[in-house]
Design a protein around this ligand. Sequence first.
Ligand code: CU
Length: 188
Amino acid sequence: MLDFLFSGWGAFWMTLFMLVPFAAVFYYVIRRKSVVDPSPGATARAKISQIEVSWLGLVLVVFVGVNLASLKYMPTLATARAAAQGTAVQNVELTATSWAYDISSRRVEAGRPVRFSGRSSDTMHGFAVYHPDGRLLFTMMLMPGLAKPTSLIHTFDEPGTYKVRCLEYCGIAHHTMRDEIVVVAAAR
Ligand SMILES: [Cu+2]
């Protein structure tokens, strides 16, 4: 059932389904103000301002709350945390060239942080890594001509074959720019 939601049609129907409440509220308001009672509203101005301020307050609280709660998922923070812990990091160096990657190692261990250091030798490229179930784990933007590589630390939790895709449009064969990283169980 849940797998269906992650397919193309699943996402399509889910999006349509989420629009139903909006359509219902829209229809309700239009009907109330055009058919049931088309006369000007009797609500006092002060009351309307009060509702507007409360609504703005709610939006602000939700906006700040969601941003704060999702901070820990930001790749930059995870990178800083892993770097601060100083555990043995596995280094993977990669260079993107239209339209392939040159990767120093396509095999890393699960449970140990991996530092991906990427460069581009020609134009703007991306380096995005997907979990075997299709979730996007992170993406890096690789810009040409930088003195230092772009780097990011990620710790893979599970062994498996992780797909790599370029997510920056880089020319006619951009869609063929793909690779794989194999995550193996940690050696004990
Ligand atoms: Cu590309």
